[in-house]
Design a binder for this molecule. Structure first.
Ligand code: IYR
Length: 224
């Protein structure tokens, strides 16, 4: 067993008088986020997306394994292949009877269908893969822990980073996603977790008129 080394952690303290205001500001920022399916084609600097990936990779993870791979795609030929494959799967979902009726009913208010043209419009697509296991230096398998939880947190941080830059994304899970492993030539230990097209929202972008659950519907309190 190697002993962990510990170093001091002394973040600059936020005065208590500022804590609530900071909470409010971050809420206002994040409450303005929407999942977008109508994108513009304006370019976005690669460095900004890579910084968002770096932010996502600060996420806490089980045993600090950081069990994620972010595949960044700007190549129009690959975006096209992704669109074609995603539309094929989604067409089977929506029109081929693969989605059960209760699922189709739940999707109806969102106005989604099998057309995924935005996958070619956007300047960037990030496909997030989970690493079901890793490797030791000798090439043997190394177990990862809480993989889905860890990758989910990283995904959330990525979405927040993208929103904070004034860009839009969609947490897209064209199901099943095995085609992404094949197209993007990912190794056997990785599985697709989510696909995130990124860009500016289209000038005529609309989103479903949704409301979020009020706080009291999502909190249970034991205040002592
Ligand atoms: N994956 C399908 C269906 C779908 C699922 C969820 I959860 C949505 O929020 C929207 C759609 C698709 O992307 O069309």
């Amino acid at each position: 067993m190697t002993e962990p080394a510990f170093i001091p952690y002394r973040p600059i303290p936020v005065p208590i008088a500022e804590v609530e205001e900071r909470a409010d500001r971050f809420f206002e920022l994040m409450d303005g986020r929407r999942s977008v399916r109508m994108f513009g084609d304006q370019p976005v600097p690669r460095a900004a997306i890579e910084r968002a990936i770096a932010t996502a990779s600060t996420a806490p993870s089980g045993a600090h394994r950081q069990p994620w791979t972010f595949v960044l795609i700007g190549d129009p030929a690959i975006k096209r292949q992704i669109r074609i494959a995603a539309e094929e799967e989604e067409r089977t979902n929506y029109e081929g009877g693969r989605l059960p009726d209760d699922w189709l009913e739940a999707l109806a208010p969102l106005g989604t269908d099998w057309h995924k043209g935005f996958l070619e419009t956007v300047p960037w697509i990030v496909v997030l893969f989970e690493q079901r296991y890793g490797f030791n230096p000798d090439g043997s398998r190394r177990k990862n822990f809480y993989v889905k939880e860890s990758v989910g947190i990283a995904c959330g941080l990525f979405i927040a980073a993208i929103h904070q830059m004034g860009l839009a994304t969609l947490t897209h899970t064209p199901s099943p996603m095995a085609f992404l492993t094949r197209l993007l030539e990912r190794p056997e230990n990785e599985r697709p977790f989510a696909m995130l097209p990124i860009g500016y929202p289209a000038p005529d972008c609309v989103v479903p008129d949704l409301t979020r659950k009020p706080l009291d519907d999502v909190v249970v309190r034991f205040l002592g």
